[in-house]
Design a protein around this ligand. Structure first.
Ligand code: AHR
Length: 514
C-alpha cells in the first residue's frame, strides 16, 4: 500500500472529549448483575456481595458513567421492588428476557457499587408499563435530601445522604416493537416531555436524555427524532442513539468498514436535532447520548441464545464471545465516537460483564478480559482530552454492509472507505498526543506519515498494536490472555513527524510526548 498521510495542527480541534464519552451499561439481563458484578458467596466478594476480581478489571477498563437498570428490562421494572429489606423484595417475571427477577440487587446497591468503582451512576426510568408519576417518585427517592415520604424512605433504607443522580434516561428504545409498551413517536414524545418536566420540578439539577431511534435501520428513523424533539425540545438536554454492528454476512472487509455508518448516524441525528432547533430559532443544541453501542450478532437473533426455557433467574444468555476481528471493528467505533466529541457527550458500551461484554466471569470461578476489552481500555484511558481534526489522505475501498431488520434484508453501500480510520487526542496537562489508528486492509501493511504542526518535537512514549494472524482468535477461561496487545515496533518520531508501519488488520495506539 502507498504511504498514508495524516495532517494535524495543535490548534485545529473537533472538541474536548466529555468525561461521559467513556461510559458502559449494566442491565438486569442474564448474568450481567447476578454472577457478574454481584455474587455474594463468591471467593472475591466483599461484604456487599460485589466481586472484587470484576471490580479490579472494571477499574482497568476505566468506564466513567454506568447506565442502569436497562435496556429492555427497564420498560417493565417497578423500582420500588428493588429497594428496602432484601427479604421483603418480590420475585417477578421479567418479560424482556423471559427470566425471573429476584430483586436482590436494586437502585441503592447499584449506586453503592458505582461509588466503590469511582463511576457516575446513570438511571433509566420506566416509560413503558409505567410513566411520569413513577419516574418523578424515583427522582424524589434518590435525590431529595429528606423530610418527604419518599426521601425519608431512602433514609430508612439506610442511605441517609441523597444519591445526587445527575443523568436520567427517559425510557429505553421506545420505538421498538420488542419493547414492553412501545409507543408511536407522537405518544412517546408527549409522555417523555411530561415526565421530564415533572422529574426536573423535583430536582432542577438533573439532565435528561430522550429516546432516539434504537438503530439507524429502524423504519421510523429520522421522523422519530424529529417528532419526539418537537414535543420535548425544551425539556431535554440529550437524545439517545443505539448501534450494534454485525458480521452476519461473513464479509470482514464490510464489517471493518461499518463503523463509518456510525459516523453517518451521528451526523444525521445532529442534522435532525439542529433542524428542530432552527424551526424554533433556538440556539440551544441537543447533545447526543450514544448510550448503547457494541458489536453484537452471534447471540442476537437466535431465540435459544436470547432466552432459556422455564423462567430461570440470571440465565447465561447473550454471552457473546468476541474475537480479534470484533475488537478491530469495536476500535473503529471508538474512533467514530472520538471524532464526534463536539456533539456526542455521552456514550455507553453495552454492556459491562458477561452480556455482550468486555469482561467475562464464571459463576463461582474466575473473571477474564475479552478481546474488545483492549480497545475500550485504550479509548478510555488515553482518549481524554482535546480531539484534533485530522486531514487524511489514504487509499479507499468499497463495501456493502448487511444489516437485516426483522425478516427484511437491508444493504448499506459504503462507496469510499479509507483503509485508515484514525483519531488524535491531545491531553494538555500530561503533554501527550495519542493517535488511534485502525488499518482496515486485510492484506497490506500500511506505511503512515503523521505531521503534527504546532508542536515543537514529538517523542514516542508508548506504542501498542492489537493484531493476530488468526482473526477469529478469542480469550477463554483456560486461555484468558490469548488475545492481547503487543508492542508496535516500527514507529519513529522525527521533529514534528511520525512514521509508522501498521500491520494488516490492526488496531494501533501511539502515545507521543509533546
Ligand atoms: O443491550 C441489550 C439490549 O439491546 C438492551 O436491553 C436493549 O436496549 C437493546 O435492544
Amino acid at each position: 500500500m502507498r504511504e498514508v498521510s495524516v495532517h494535524l495542527h495543535r490548534d485545529f480541534a473537533i472538541g474536548e472529549a466529555d468525561r461521559r464519552l467513556f461510559g458502559a451499561f449494566v442491565e438486569h439481563l442474564g448474568r450481567c448483575i447476578y454472577g457478574g458484578i454481584f455474587e455474594p458467596g463468591h471467593a472475591s466478594a466483599d461484604g456487599h456481595g460485589f466481586r472484587q476480581d470484576v471490580l479490579a478489571l472494571v477499574r482497568e477498563l476505566a468506564p466513567t458513567i454506568m447506565r442502569y437498570p436497562g435496556g429492555n428490562f427497564v420498560s417493565g421494572y417497578n423500582w420500588e421492588d428493588g429497594v428496602g429489606p432484601v427479604e421483603n423484595r418480590p420475585r417477578r417475571l421479567d418479560l424482556a428476557w423471559l427470566s425471573t427477577e429476584t430483586n436482590r440487587f436494586g437502585t441503592n446497591e447499584f449506586v453503592d457499587w458505582c461509588r466503590l468503582a469511582g463511576i457516575e451512576p446513570m438511571l433509566a426510568v420506566n416509560l413503558g408499563t409505567r410513566g411520569a408519576d413513577a419516574a418523578r417518585n424515583l427522582v424524589e427517592y434518590c435525590n431529595h435530601p429528606g423530610g418527604t415520604a419518599l426521601s425519608d424512605l431512602r433514609r430508612n433504607h439506610g442511605w441517609e445522604q441523597p444519591h445526587g443522580i445527575r443523568f436520567w434516561c427517559l425510557g429505553n428504545e421506545m420505538d421498538g416493537p420488542w419493547q414492553m409498551e412501545s409507543k408511536t413517536a407522537e405518544t412517546y414524545g408527549r409522555i417523555a416531555a411530561e415526565a421530564a418536566k415533572m422529574m426536573r420540578w423535583v430536582d432542577p439539577t438533573i439532565e435528561l436524555a430522550i429516546c432516539g431511534s434504537s438503530g439507524r435501520n429502524m423504519p421510523t428513523f429520522g421522523r422519530w427524532e424529529e417528532t419526539v424533539l418537537e414535543h420535548a425540545f425544551d425539556h431535554v438536554e440529550h437524545i439517545s442513539l443505539h448501534t450494534y454492528i454485525n458480521n452476519y454476512a461473513g464479509d470482514t472487509a464490510a464489517f471493518l468498514a461499518s463503523p463509518d455508518l456510525m459516523d453517518r448516524f451521528i451526523e444525521e441525528v445532529v442534522a435532525v436535532a439542529d433542524a428542530v432547533a432552527a424551526r424554533r430559532r433556538s440556539s440551544k443544541r441537543i447533545w447526543l447520548s450514544f448510550d448503547e453501542w457494541n458489536v453484537w450478532y452471534r447471540t442476537r437473533r437466535n431465540q435459544e441464545t436470547r432466552t432459556k426455557p422455564g423462567w430461570p433467574a440470571a440465565p447465561p444468555i447473550l454471552e457473546e464471545v468476541y474475537d480479534v476481528e470484533d475488537a478491530l471493528v469495536f476500535g473503529g467505533m471508538c474512533i467514530a465516537l472520538l471524532n464526534h466529541a463536539d456533539r456526542v457527550k455521552t456514550a455507553c458500551l453495552a454492556q459491562l460483564v458477561n452480556v455482550i461484554a468486555p469482561i467475562m466471569t464464571e459463576t463461582g470461578g474466575p473473571a477474564w478480559r475479552q478481546s474488545i476489552f483492549w480497545p475500550f481500555a485504550h479509548f478510555s484511558n488515553f482518549g481524554r482530552g482535546r480531539v484534533l481534526r485530522a486531514q487524511i489522505d489514504a487509499p479507499t475501498y468499497t463495501a456493502t454492509y448487511y444489516d437485516p431488520r426483522g425478516a427484511q434484508d437491508l444493504y448499506f453501500p459504503l462507496p469510499r472507505v479509507p483503509y485508515l480510520k484514525f483519531a488524535a487526542v491531545h491531553e494538555e496537562q500530561a503533554r501527550l498526543l495519542t493517535l488511534f489508528a485502525l488499518n482496515r486492509s486485510l492484506t497490506d501493511e500500511m506505511p503512515v506519515r503523521v505531521s503534527a504542526e504546532g508542536y515543537s518535537k514529538l517523542e514516542v512514549e508508548q506504542a501498542l498494536q492489537l493484531c493476530d494472524p488468526d482473526l477469529n482468535a478469542t480469550n477463554t477461561r483456560t486461555r484468558p490472555d490469548r488475545v492481547k496487545p503487543s508492542a508496535l515496533k516500527r514507529v519513529r518520531a522525527q521533529g514534528t513527524e511520525l512514521h509508522a508501519t501498521l500491520m494488516p488488520a490492526s488496531w494501533n495506539v501511539i502515545r507521543l510526548k509533546v
